[in-house]
Design a binder for this molecule. Structure first.
Ligand code: ADP
Ligand code: MG
Length: 568
């Protein structure tokens, strides 16, 4: 009789797990602890892959990039208060980048929290999460778990994707209910991100503007990569013959070596174009807000494809807004350009080609030096070759100079293979993204990290070793932030931007059973990366870079406020 009763009951733990499984969630990224330790254990026992991290921010970043790569919300599971706050940074970052993610956090007793009576890890988490994500929900009754999870999933992936917070107080997990009623309370989300097609009038308007262009340009953003409309986009670009410029995480949507790529002529095309079609790219700081010196004097018309209506006119006038999902919109545009489309004037194409050749020529000289110590370019020359030979590897990239220079130097050949600091230009995504990418895709990951950037998530090398992930980390070690040469003018301490000189990050990897390499030339670097990636085992390569190489804040030094009264 006892066994019979057990079978007829379910509880909060099981309902959360069943609701996630019903909606195709296969992986949870998190850090265990009160009150969600058993939830993680039970989820694992029920066949969900549970990847345990050392810090919640990295688990959250893994979940966020899982969302970007799969179009399903990545799930991050954290403990209350401090764990929640650590995960919240990743949730806010996911929202900013339009990645679907759900932060599920355990929380303390409502009765005590709301009366502020000082519970264990007391915090009004829902209120704190709300302004930092797309939507935030709390479930108080086991019978509402199905609806709560469904709402969280739909909110994360519908419209502009983003982060969602789901608050699950400790008491919920052990709440018991009838198993049949529990099963019936679960909701499978149908058509979570419905197709959204603009009107014929909007499409015709956009095509007319595009047809009028003498110097058209297409800018591909990470929204275009996210949309997984790769063939439609390729076909549109090749049919129209319009040059394209990929934003950082849209690189590889079409190969950077494609004849229509204007990547190596970026400043020319931004200045001289007359009509610009934005596909899943915002006119934010990364595109100088669509105005000013970067965009030149000539009048410019913008067409924009975006799922978010409020994005239109956010910085400049959009003469032809196309509000809809990229897959549907580009398919509709393809129908409109299928016959009799006139390629852009040859003068425009030739202008871009000439500029590209000059810039690529200049760059290639700098990539070939086989010297000690390495500078950023000579080291990146080796890694450029690695990705050329392994185009299906995923490149994770963060740092200042390490980021800015790698973005320009390393060509990408396939969609969604370049994952980097994104809209905030944030440091600390490295190991979280590397782990998320390896787990979701099973592909080899090459993480190219500044020594400073790596520090934000470096402890996760243990996680990488524990799950035996095919992740190769290259640390560009120039002894510090930006450079390794800062000094304290008073002579008391090390300079504010330097680290321990000649650190051996490779030994960190060895501590956990991974393979460490220490290299000082581009040839050594190439050999080490090849060996590591061939092995498919966790590896870390400490690549010694000249401490004097690199510039303050990389390419965005202009954003540093300057003191005019600074004492010498
Ligand atoms: P980047 O930094 O590469 O320029 P952004 O993050 O600025 O890219 O822009 C991505 C844009 O893509 C966002 O405005 C977002 O609303 C939009 N977006 C995301 N997914 C889709 C989709 N499936 N269809 C249309 N727009 C999308
Ligand atoms: Mg550095």
């Amino acid at each position: 009789a006892a066994a019979e009763t057990e079978q007829e009951l379910t509880d909060g733990f099981h309902l959360v797990i069943d609701a996630l499984k019903l909606n195709g969630i296969e992986t949870i990224y998190g850090v265990p602890g009160i009150p969600i330790t058993d939830l993680g254990r039970m989820a694992q026992a029920e066949g969900i892959r549970v990847v345990s991290f050392r810090h919640e921010q990295n688990a959250g970043n893994a979940a966020a990039i899982a969302g970007f790569l799969t179009k399903k919300p990545g799930i991050c599971l954290t403990v209350s208060a401090p764990g929640f706050l650590n995960g919240l940074t990743a949730l806010a970052n996911a929202t900013t980048n339009c990645f679907p993610m759900i932060l599920i956090s355990g929380s303390s007793e409502r009765e005590i929290v709301d009366l502020q009576q000082g519970d264990y890890e007391e915090m009004d988490q829902l209120a704190i999460a709300k302004p930092l994500c797309k939507a935030a929900f709390r479930v108080l009754h086991a019978a509402d778990i199905g609806i709560g999870v469904a709402r969280a999933i739909r909110a994360a992936v519908s419209g502009r994707p983003g982060g969602v917070y789901l608050d699950l107080p400790a008491k919920l997990f052990s709440q018991v209910m009838d198993a049949d009623a529990g099963a019936k309370s679960l909701v499978k989300v149908i058509d979570a991100a419905p197709e959204q097609i603009p009107s014929k009038a909007a499409l015709d308007r956009a095509l007319d503007v595009l047809k009028s262009a003498k110097k058209p340009l297409i800018i591909l953003g990470k929204g275009a990569a996210y949309a997984q409309a790769d063939e439609e986009i390729r076909s549109f670009i090749e049919t129209t013959g319009i040059p394209f410029l990929p934003m950082s995480m849209a690189k590889g949507l079409l190969p950077d070596t494609h004849p229509q790529s204007a990547g190596a002529a970026r400043s020319t095309v931004l200045k001289d174009s007359d009509v610009v079609l934005l596909i899943g790219a915002r006119l934010n700081w990364l595109l100088s807000h669509g105005k000013g010196k970067t965009w030149g004097e000539a009048p410019k018309k913008f067409i924009q494809i975006d799922i978010e209506p409020k994005e239109m006119d956010s910085n400049v006038e959009i003469v032809a807004p196309l509000v809809g999902d990229i897959g549907s919109v580009v398919a509709a545009l393809n129908a409109g350009v299928s016959s009799g489309w006139q390629a852009p004037p040859a003068t425009w194409i030739d202008e871009i080609k000439a500029r590209k050749e000059v810039n690529i020529g200049k760059m290639s000289q700098r990539l070939l030096k086989n010297s000690t110590p390495m500078d950023f370019h000579s080291a990146l020359g080796a890694l450029k070759q690695v990705i050329k030979e392994r185009p299906d590897a995923i490149l994770v990239n963060e740092g200042a100079n390490t980021l800015d220079l790698a973005r320009g130097v390393i060509d990408m050949y396939e969609p969604r293979k370049r994952l980097d600091v994104g809209t905030w230009g944030v440091m600390g995504i490295g190991m979280g993204y590397a782990i998320g990418a390896a787990v979701e895709t099973g592909k080899p990951v090459l993480a190219v990290e500044g020594d400073s950037a790596f520090g934000f998530s470096g402890m996760e090398v243990e996680t990488i070793c524990r799950y035996e992930l095919p992740v190769t980390i290259v640390i560009f070690n120039n002894n510090g932030i930006y450079r390794g040469t800062d000094i304290d003018p008073t002579g008391r301490d090390p300079g504010t931007t330097v680290f321990v000189k000649d650190s051996r990050y490779d030994k960190m990897m060895e501590a956990f059973g991974g393979v460490g390499y220490h290299v000082t030339t581009p040839d050594e670097l190439k050999r080490a990366v090849d060996e590591a990636m061939d092995s498919g085992k966790p590896a870390l390569i400490n690549a010694v870079i000249d401490p004097a190489a690199g510039s303050e804040s990389g390419n965005i030094g202009s954003l540093n406020p300057q003191s005019i009264v600074k004492k010498k």
